[in-house]
Design a protein around this ligand. Structure first.
Ligand code: SF4
Length: 706
């Protein structure tokens, strides 16, 4: 099927939700509805969709949309709104310097949107203060990749997961959060029954349906588990000494630390039985084709980066990277978390995977952009950024496509910061969210189905999001809004006429970023005309200039054992398990349910999706419930020094004693007292800045109405 079929009015596009990046065939119907189906030709999903993706057609109504700019609560024209934004940002910068302003963006934005916003902030305003909700998603993986490989990349492909003989799924409830990958794994296991699956998760999630072994470890004990694994690999003779000697540095130091951790120490720290630990270690030691998949349970931790490196250490030690069916594999939460990384849409990145701290990279980007004022140092990461807003250091903030008043930790403090901020701009698709309530200027942005651009999924595959609906009211694409404000601020280089022009510039810049052996290069996609851009087929990077027609074969890195550090060698990182925290009496874990996405701005519109789990809950072990005289369906208060949420008790032995799980989705609109972000602490990983959203010390008690 062609990407756009005028006769049948079908359009091929990419799902708006998770980082699997499934291809979708959308067919607008005569009655105004849109039929949604999986794209059988898309290499991420081969026609499969999950419940969220297949319900996308139910979330396209205009009832909730903001269709005109809103200034100070009244409808306004674009000129008035954008002049106000440009003037206020300019005056703030003149009075207080470039670091007095900031952008906080979203992994929902397309690569083209991110590219223009990043160019404006880092190249022309001259500040690194552009961060994103992707900080909450995979920043620890990025930091871990940089430490181990010398640059950020995901080495493998989805096919590696299907071809592994041992799949270790750690901190990753794929069945609910990345369902199509889970479906692919289930299908692979059905035809390769010798495949073993180990699930490492404090909770017995739906993913455990496929598990041969479930290790319900204590929260944040992952580093101990994987340090113990490195030690066990060494004891059992499973280290690939030749690979380690030829392709890595730092093994001795990492092993020296790991050797201090014996199986009995691992058992004490993780709460797992010796026998289960040994079964896992033996499986890992003697299964050559092993992939370790990880996501938020690893990343959203104060030791998230160390967890990532503890996992990568075990793959380097066994040489299980760069070969089919092997490797560490980070799955991204957001549909375009990877695309945001490509353009540098985070505070500590530049563009095209170049480093903001590197003078040569800054020179490359400044010259390419003809940027007068390129930022020279990283900006503030998400938690720091909102703290700077609260402290009054940041005086003008633009929030694009995200709802931090719900999703950020210590969310009431974020709300207080926005209330106190002299100037808040929000560009979004909805009129009323918990965050738009604080906007001095609200700008109507294009939504999924109207947007035109690209996203990149967890296996580095760039896919087109194509519009199949007209822009409603006066909504505009995000890239066009940022470019218009840039022009009004007097900056040149923002005269883009289309998303294709933005993509072309991004592709050309990527080809200049190859100092050393970096692989992020899509120079081969530069120079596409509008028709070529429209027809772009899903393709994994790199796509180098002169590479000819981009193939669709899976691309994996490091087959030759060369990494991105200057000497070509990967690095072991000598990580130590963190000291035990004091998360008594309960450890609060926040996460997702199957049929809702983030703050429900879209999935909340589908009755079918909302029917799966109708209201928020606190999942408690029966022993804890008994001790606290809590019965199933009682209302309970979950509290921390930061805030309180009231939700219904779900009593189940899927939960570890001493832990409580509460989903992150519900907002003031759907459940006024259930915003769990207000309870979560703002502690972050020191390397990545990723908040530890899975380990807040909390109390739980039965709710008594006053
Ligand atoms: Fe969309 Fe993710 Fe579901 Fe695929 S798995 S249909 S990308 S939500």
């Amino acid at each position: 099927m062609k990407h756009t079929d005028e006769t049948a009015r079908t359009v091929k596009t990419t799902c708006a939700y998770c980082g699997v990046g499934c291809g979708i065939v959308a067919t607008p119907q005569a009655d105004g509805s849109v039929a949604i189906a999986g794209d059988p030709d898309h290499p991420a999903n081969f026609g499969r969709l999950c419940s969220k993706g297949s319900a996308l057609g139910e979330t396209l109504g205009l009832e909730e949309r903001v269709l005109l700019p809103v200034v100070e609560g009244r409808q306004a024209g674009w000129d008035e709104a954008l002049d106000r934004v440009a003037r206020t940002f300019t005056r703030t910068i003149e009075a207080h310097g470039p670091d007095s302003v900031a952008f906080y963006l979203s992994g929902q934005l397309l690569t083209e949107d991110y590219y223009v916003a990043n160019k404006l902030m880092k190249g022309f305003i001259g500040s690194g203060n552009i961060d994103t909700n992707s900080r909450l998603c995979m920043a620890s993986s990025v930091a871990g990749h940089k430490r181990a490989f010398g640059a950020d990349t995901v080495p493998g492909t989805y096919a590696d997961l299907e071809n592994a003989d041992l799949l270790v799924l750690t901190g990753s409830n794929l069945a609910w959060c990345h369902p199509v990958i889970f479906q692919r794994i289930a299908a692979a296991k059905a035809v390769r029954p010798h495949m073993r699956i180990v699930v490492i998760d404090p909770r017995r999630t739906a993913t455990c349906e496929l598990a041969d072994i479930h290790l319900a470890l204590a929260p944040d004990s992952d580093v101990a588990l994987f340090c113990g694994l490195l030690h066990a690999l060494s004891e059992s003779g499973a280290i690939d000494d030749a690979y380690v000697a030829r392709h890595t540095e730092g093994f001795s130091a990492a092993l020296r630390v790991a050797r201090t951790i014996k199986v009995r120490d691992v058992a004490a720290r993780t709460g797992l039985a010796d026998a289960d630990i040994r079964s896992f270690y033996d499986l890992f030691a003697w299964t050559e084709k092993t992939v370790t998949v990880y996501s938020q349970g690893v990343n959203q931790s104060a030791s998230g980066t160390d967890k990532v490196n503890a996992i990568i250490n075990c793959h380097l030690a066994t040489g299980r990277i760069g070969k089919p069916g092997t490797g560490p594999f980070s799955v991204t939460g957001q549909p375009n978390a990877m695309g945001g990384r490509e353009v540098g849409g985070m505070a500590n990145m530049l563009a095209a995977h170049m480093a903001i701290e590197n003078p040569a990279h800054r020179e490359t980007v400044a010259t390419f952009w003809n940027a007068p004022n390129l930022a020279e140092r990283p900006g503030l990461k998400a938690v720091e950024l909102f703290e700077a807003v609260r402290a009054g250091t940041i005086k003008a903030l633009w929030i694009g496509g995200t709802n931090p008043v719900v999703s950020m930790p210590d969310a009431d403090r974020v709300a207080a910061a926005l209330r106190a901020c002299p100037f808040v701009v929000v560009s979004d698709v909805l009129r009323h969210t918990d965050t738009t309530a604080f906007a001095h200027v609200l700008l109507p942005a294009a939504a999924w189905g109207e947007k035109n651009g690209t996203v990149t999924n967890s296996e580095r595959r760039i896919s087109r999001q194509r519009p199949f609906l007209p822009l409603p009211g006066e909504a505009r694409p995000d890239w066009a809004i940022f470019a218009d404000v840039a022009r009004r601020m007097g900056f040149s280089g923002f005269g883009y006429k289309s998303a294709a022009e933005v993509f072309d510039e991004h592709a050309r810049l990527s080809a200049r970023g190859n100092e050393g052996a970096r692989d992020f290069d899509i120079g081969g996609l530069a120079g596409l005309d509008e028709a070529g851009y429209d027809g772009l087929e899903p393709v994994q990077w790199p796509v180098r200039e002169g590479a000819g027609t981009p193939g669709t074969d899976d691309k994996r890195f490091f087959a030759d054992g060369r990494f991105y550090h200057a000497d070509g060698r990967a690095r072991f990182v000598a990580v130590e398990p963190p000291q035990d925290g004091t998360c008594a009496p309960f450890i609060l874990n926040t996460g997702r349910v199957r049929d809702h996405w983030h703050t429900m701005t879209r999935t909340g519109l589908s009755a079918r999706l909302s029917a799966h789990i109708a209201e928020p809950f606190a999942e408690l072990h029966p022993e804890d419930a008994r001790r606290l005289a809590i019965s199933a369906a009682d209302l309970v208060e979950v509290s921390s020094p930061h805030g309180t949420a009231v939700v219904r008790a779900l009593v189940t032995d899927r939960q570890r004693p001493g832990s409580v799980f509460v989903p992150m989705h519900w907002t003031k609109r759907y459940a006024p007292s259930a915003r769990i972000g207000a309870v979560a602490h703002p502690i972050s990983d020191p390397h990545s800045g990723q908040p530890a959203l899975k380990s807040t010390g909390a109390t739980v008690r039965r709710f008594e109405a006053a």
